[in-house]
Design a protein around this ligand. Sequence first.
Ligand SMILES: *Cc1c(COP(=O)(O)O)cnc(C)c1O
Length: 388
Amino acid sequence: MKQHNETLAIRTQIERTAQKEHSNPLFLTSSFTFDSAEEMAAVFADEQDGNIYSRYSNPNVQELIDKAALLEGSETGWATASGMAAVFTTFAALLQSGDHIVSSRSVFGSTHRLFTEVFPKWGITTTYVDALDYTGYEKAITPTTKILYLESPSNPALEIIDLEKVGKICKKAGILFAVDNCFATPVLQQPLKLGAHISIHSTTKFMDGQGRTLGGLILSNREIISKIEGFARHSGPALSPFNAWIVSKSLETLHLRVERMTENALKIAKKLEKHSAVLNVRYPFLASHPHYKTAKKQMSGGGAIITFEVKGGLESGRKFLNKLRLFSLTPNLGDVKSIATHPASTTHSKLQAEERAAVGISDGLVRLSIGLEHVDDIWRDLKQALIE
Ligand SMILES: *Cc1c(COP(=O)(O)O)cnc(C)c1O
């Protein structure tokens, strides 16, 4: 019987040195040597396999790609120095001047900046569509549209977009469909099986899971990745072998971590929903979530991220954060340590209250990333910080 992908991923080790180490060795080297001029020429000419230079390829980076591709169900992939480098590289490699992107309005802040400030400089334009407006996506596609892009679950509104539905729209239009799958991870959602061509990750979040490294992954078929490679080899967004080594090791426990975080998060979301100081709670696997049915259809769990609104707006939100003792106040997520953020006073403080409301951020909105501490301790901290 064929082994499961988790098993294959755990057992992926593409290099073993003469020491016969059990754990994967670290190849912290910028370049690789050749035994002869002929060998060097053959590797350079692509007539023989081999590493040349770590901007092109590195055993640790390849091991990470191979593991992630197994988990995500993709043919292959490419690794980058950050999640944003993965987003940038995808568009820069696949698009040219005059091309058009259709994107969900609910995308990561820096992705927004790329679409509105960077790509227009090169004649690449973007049309935004509200996350759940399926006819809007269809209508926004023009003859120059090359890629439809979205995040699901979105940040911080946790909107769940029906990937199969959007996949069909893209197929009909003959355009590429790319999904930022960072919040779900391949453990909970596999967009390539639902019609997407490209799945993008910030490995900084759940994949590292212990807040040590920045990194990104583009997972797709060989044809698309060869275009990505053609661009990335020479523009240099390469992931450091050290960071690849860390994340590769982390992927061996991704299932365990994400499953437990998800279990903890569902318990916490249910408790928050009953608390008198809480106006409302958003979590994809709560029946009260407006896209609960879609979440249940395409995800195997609700994930580690919960958002909720404390009564009393901006001031209450800030007070709540100040009273937390166990939770870390830090902009990361997907970590083994539970994290709380207050978008209205931090990441989105420059926007007017009305602008924040348009992207689903009320002044009392708090975002939690539930970690691996004991669920009773997580709840005790939240309870003491909530002002009745
Ligand atoms: C963090 C994040 C990114 C960017 O990743 P970095 O590793 O910080 O560059 C992109 N998309 C989503 C959804 C993220 O959460």
